[in-house]
Design a protein. Structure first.
Lengths: 301, 298
């Protein structure tokens, strides 16, 4: 389960509420069938990975991973054994005797993961665990996390503001904005049938074109069209002037201006590409159009 | 290399103010003290003769210096651990987000702005057998407070000086440790909490190791201050009560008004150099002994 939303939308607070670091002002938190509102974090059978990793800088990697077991009074040899197993799962064995300060960002992130795994919790809580990594490492680690999720078969609750992480890693995605749940569904579902105009624009790069009410069709409905569905069509309904042409190799992004509304269209490089300043006309398959209520932003069937 | 050479004049110019300060107020007096330590002078200080390095050994083995060394070390043992523990305790207490906590922080740190003279005077009055509030309130349990008075009983005088000293240094300890506590990332506590660590374990596994470098620093400073305790002694006990002189610390032996070597430039210079060596050795021992166990972050 991915919690996705812009900064300040309440996704971290929600995660911390599940963890027991924050108390809900109203409502119940259930883990499995158990209501855990009044249950201490340590009794909730969860493990949390922090954005900063929160490793103990004075302890070795091995001691960091063992810490949750030590707290639980697990014996020394068993502790070492389980820490080694968790480290092995993440390829951390050579680093066991080092301290976090001597590790790279990616390795630290893995130590934090290993410390969570070693508890064998029923729920993993992760608060933007990849946001401190560089782009390449982030891609690799994303794949590893997906693999890990498949192998250890626990519930992961993963907070991110990165829609790519949400789309690639999520079994289900919950989109939040201003503390309100906008939509829950599979990544494809959320992409194909966004429940609100916010979700429509938040997911997808470049974001969905949202035409003001009255531009296409009814006066009370905003129409949304994804860039890949906005086609150049000589007889199209939308008239605009090309402002920018971006050649990305595998695709071309065309930005145009239609009476003050910005339109972005994604084209095949092999297609006819107009030049900046050219007047163009767009059209979109009616089945590919999304309709949202002009005042509430909610999806209109 | 050329570039480096070209930088040398500038480097010297930049360093000159600090070098001058250290040279005039630290190096020169130290050299002078070591030099005086060899000399025996008459009362006017005009006629001196060299008695050699043996003077240091004579002073070190003298009964008076040995006695004062004992007093200084006792005072150190009384003040440093207690001061550290109290400082940590207060800082941890005040490191909470409560309404009005700022008032307590201000109160706890206020002794930083209190000079040794004022602090000593406060304690002198508090402990005064006739009018002292502490003497009045607790004399039922501790008759010594009234007769002869904590500061006038050879058995308790050093303890009373230690009280005053601990209290006067507490503000400093509190401020430094509070700053250290606030630099500990909250995530570490939360992570430990989620992993099931109770407050004691969070303290020993997160707080203490994270503030250890600061504790080492405060420990060294408090030790040095304890060994240099002079003002409290001069104001509270004048090294007495006599004849046992249970509060004649090394600095008081060197400099005190009623000290026997007060007028002997050579002897007191030698004692001062020995005190310097003692502080140096203790600071080195603390650094060497604890450095390996202290983590300075990445």
């Amino acid at each position: 389960m991915i919690l996705l939303g812009p900064s300040g939308c309440g996704k971290s607070t929600l995660l911390r509420t599940v963890a027991g670091l924050e108390d809900p002002t109203a409502g119940d938190v259930f883990i499995g069938d158990r209501r855990v509102n009044d249950v201490q974090p340590k009794e909730r059978d969860i493990a949390m990975v922090f954005q900063s990793y929160a490793l103990y800088p004075h302890k070795t990697v091995a001691a960091n991973i063992e810490f949750p077991l030590k707290v639980r009074g697990v014996g020394k040899s068993q502790r070492a054994e389980e820490a080694r197993n968790a480290a092995a799962l993440l390829g951390l064995e050579p680093q066991l005797k080092r301290k976090p300060g001597q590790l790279s960002g990616g390795q630290r992130q893995r130590v934090a993961l290993a410390r969570a795994i070693v508890r064998k919790p029923s729920v993993f809580l992760m608060d933007e665990p990849l946001s401190n990594l560089d782009a390449k490492l982030r891609g690799d680690t994303r794949a590893e996390l997906v693999d890990l999720h498949r192998r250890i078969d626990s519930t992961f609750i993963y907070v991110t503001h990165d829609q790519v992480e949400a789309m690639t890693m999520g079994t289900r995605v919950a989109v939040l904005n201003f503390g309100k749940l906008q939509q829950v569904g599979t990544p494809q579902d959320v992409y194909d049938r966004p429940a609100t105009a916010f979700v429509a624009q938040f997911i997808g790069t470049p974001p969905m074109n949202l035409l003001p009410a009255g531009m296409l069709g009814s006066d009370s409905v905003q129409v949304g069209i994804r860039p890949e569905h906005l086609k150049l069509a000589p007889g199209g309904e939308l008239h605009a002037v090309v402002r920018q042409v971006e050649h990305l190799g595998h695709e071309v992004l065309l930005t145009a201006d239609a009476n003050g509304t910005r339109l972005v269209s994604r084209l095949e490089p092999s297609a006819f590409i107009p030049e900046v300043g050219d007047p163009v006309a767009f059209d979109a398959d009616p089945g590919r159009r999304h309709h949202f209520d002009a005042t509430t932003g909610e999806r209109v069937p | 290399m050329k570039r480096r050479l070209r930088d040398v004049p500038w480097a010297i110019a930049m360093l000159l103010p600090s070098i001058a300060l250290v040279a005039v107020w630290t190096i020169y007096p130290l050299v002078k003290a070591i030099q005086f330590g060899h000399l025996t002078c008459d009362v006017t200080g005009k006629k001196c003769r060299d008695v050699g390095w043996g003077r240091y050994w004579d002073v070190f083995t003298s009964t008076q210096f040995q006695h004062s060394l004992g007093v200084s070390l006792k005072l150190m043992l009384l003040t440093v651990p207690t001061g550290l523990v109290l400082g940590i305790g207060l800082a941890v207490l005040a490191d909470k987000h409560l309404r009005g906590i700022g008032i307590f922080r201000t109160i706890f740190s206020s002794t930083v702005a209190t000079s040794v003279a004022v602090a000593s005077l406060v304690w002198f009055v508090l402990l005064q057998p006739q009018i002292g509030v502490l003497a009045d309130v607790f004399s039922g349990w501790f008759p010594v407070l009234k007769n002869p008075g904590l500061l006038n009983d050879p058995g308790t005088a050093l303890l009373a000086v230690a009280f005053s000293s601990i209290w006067a240094n507490l503000g400093f300890t509190f401020i430094i440790i509070t700053a250290a506590l606030q630099s500990v990332p909250r995530d570490l506590y939360e992570s430990a909490y989620v992993d099931g660590a109770g407050s004691t374990r969070r303290f020993t596994n997160v707080t203490l190791p994270m503030i250890a470098p600061t504790l080492l620093f405060v420990g060294v400073v408090l030790t040095t201050r304890a060994l240099q305790t002079y003002g409290e002694i001069a104001l509270l006990t004048s090294g007495g009560p006599n004849p046992e002189k249970p509060t004649t610390t090394i600095p008081y032996l060197i400099y005190g008004r009623t000290s026997l070597i007060h007028t002997d430039l050579g002897t007191k210079s030698a004692a001062a150099v020995l005190l310097f060596l003692l502080s140096l050795v203790l600071a080195l021992v603390q650094f060497r002994g604890l450095e390996k166990r202290v983590h300075y972050g990445s």
